[in-house]
Design a protein around this ligand. Structure first.
Ligand code: MF3
Ligand code: CO
Length: 258
């Protein structure tokens, strides 16, 4: 069952997601070679709690951290550890938070120091895939219109789309219906209705689309060990335009001022 939100509920989800984006902006200011992903996790947890939020991933299906930190060929669900970020790494930081009983959920892939141009292009294409997907979140479009927009732009640029991991509805639960694949065909799939809230989260690989799960039971990695990028934002389906529940502006203002 797909839950349609009220306008008021959508504003609450936006507030929760603003806390997530503010958390990512805090991290944007400190991501540099030598910091560990556990450092990032404890800073994120403290920040969320200082704003009276609850970390959204902590305890979810037994997950033990506030963030997922996925480095280089790790696609998603990397577990923060004592790994020190190093020059040339990229790290997807995925964060969830609960305020007023509603979840926020967003992710951003950060460059650590100097990243090679091909990998920077993967990051920028993946972010554009997200924006193209978000633009399709209008009433009477279908889920396949989102997937098709993401997939076609990724593949046009020579990259590949992870199939097994998908976006999702968002609300009182972190993962609600429907599933939002990053591939698909125009005009196919569930019809979108005003005030559905969807997380769109393209996971785009430099090489093969195939993935493997690491022995920790969480981390998903590109099987050819080439880089993978991931960005996520939630959107409320609008009648003639999407209502995106936050932006990366604050994160990027901090990145650009460093
Ligand atoms: N942000 C991830 C998602 O969008 C959730 C991470 S799974 C968790 O689905 F278990 F770590 F919470
Ligand atoms: Co998500």
């Amino acid at each position: 069952m797909i839950i349609i939100k009220t306008d008021q509920e959508i504003e609450l989800i936006k507030l929760s997601n603003q806390l997530v984006l503010d958390t990512l902006a805090e991290l944007a200011g400190i991501i540099k070679p030598g910091i560990t992903t556990l450092d990032l996790d404890s800073i994120a947890e403290k920040y969320i709690r200082s704003k009276n939020g609850i970390p959204g991933f902590l305890g979810y299906n037994g997950y033990s951290k506030t963030l997922c930190t996925s480095i280089n060929s790790q696609v998603v669900h990397g577990i923060p550890s004592n790994y020190e970020l190093k020059d040339g790494d990229i790290v997807s930081v995925d964060c969830g938070a609960i305020l007023n009983g509603f979840y926020g959920d967003s992710a951003y892939t950060f460059a650590v120091g100097n990243v090679d141009p091909q990998t920077l292009r993967l990051m920028s294409v993946t972010k554009d895939c997200l924006y193209r997907g978000l633009a399709e979140a209008t009433e009477n479009n279908r889920i396949g219109d989102i997937g098709s927009a993401v997939q076609s732009f990724a593949e046009l640029n020579g990259f590949s789309v992870v199939r097994e991991m998908v976006g999702h509805g968002l609300g009182k639960k972190l993962h609600e219906e429907p599933e939002v694949p990053n591939y698909g065909k125009k005009g196919v799939g569930v019809k979108l209705k005003r005030n559905m809230v969807l997380c769109i989260e393209p996971m785009i690989n430099f090489g093969t689309r195939n993935i493997v799960q690491e022995k920790d039971g969480w981390t998903i990695r590109a099987s050819d060990k080439k880089p993978s990028a991931h960005y996520e934002l939630p959107v409320a389906v609008g009648i003639d335009k999407p209502y995106v529940l936050g932006s990366f502006d604050k994160i990027e203002a901090i990145l650009n001022s460093r």
